[in-house]
Design a protein around this ligand. Structure first.
Ligand code: C5P
Length: 212
């Protein structure tokens, strides 16, 4: 049996004590992946941002807020895991100088300076070893460009597989998915619910981890 580490949900980056920026993510994909892995008897670690849905009972849960906290939690858990699946919608940027006090409302404009957050999958990709790493690529715009960008992300993040999906899947139950692999293959998985996708993906990636 494998130890499967799953990132899930959005991250939040503080602007001031009451305001934040975040990415759109319900946490449903992470929950579906965790449930599919638990059903196969694997040990499941979920590192989740503030999601709408809770991880399934039986998963070990680490709750985080920010991208940097998500990375720190994953760096702690990754050495003892065989499989990493990055389903979180991590904020790529955070306010450069979050305010200590709430900014009072007035009629003037407010320009925020944002700085880049670390990439959780890319960082762990540098210490991947024989583990199996899987990511998601949510892309908008024409499909040909989306496939090319997903392929680039697979390489940049040192992934074994990347699941490409269209932005319509955010918060929804189903979507169209493609599975791109390190060996160059690119397979259409068709329209599926997140649960159906998870039940397809998890056995595939955990079987690969046993071969390693
Ligand atoms: O580059 P992009 O954000 O589109 O890549 C998406 C994939 O990378 C997802 O699997 C997501 O969980 C992961 N990611 C990450 N850390 C980031 C940004 C994305 O792990 N800062």
């Amino acid at each position: 049996m494998a130890r499967v580490l799953i990132t899930s949900g959005p991250t939040r980056e503080a602007i001031d004590p009451v305001r934040f920026i975040a990415n759109a993510s319900s946490g449903r994909m992470g929950r579906a992946l965790a449930a599919a892995a638990l059903a196969l008897g694997h040990t499941v670690e979920v590192v989740t941002g503030p999601a709408e849905v809770a991880p399934p009972p039986g998963a070990r849960i680490t709750r985080v807020e920010t991208a940097r906290q998500m990375l720190a939690a994953c760096e702690r858990l990754h050495p003892s895991c065989d499989v990493l699946i990055g389903a979180a919608a991590v904020c790529d940027y955070r306010p450069a100088a979050p305010l200590a006090e709430k900014r009072r409302r007035d009629a003037s404009t407010w320009t925020l300076e944002l700085i880049a957050n670390p990439d959780v999958l890319a960082t762990l990709g540098r210490v991947k070893g024989s583990r199996v790493h899987v990511g998601f690529a949510l892309e908008t715009g024409p499909l040909a460009g989306a496939h090319a960008r997903a392929r680039e992300k697979l390489a940049e993040k040192n992934l074994d597989w990347i699941v490409l999906n269209a932005a319509e899947t955010i918060g929804g139950d189903r979507g169209a998915y493609w599975l791109l692999a390190r060996d160059g293959s690119d397979r259409a998985l068709g329209e599926r619910t997140k649960e159906e996708l998870a039940r397809h993906l998890v056995p595939l990636v955990t079987a690969r981890s046993r071969e390693a």
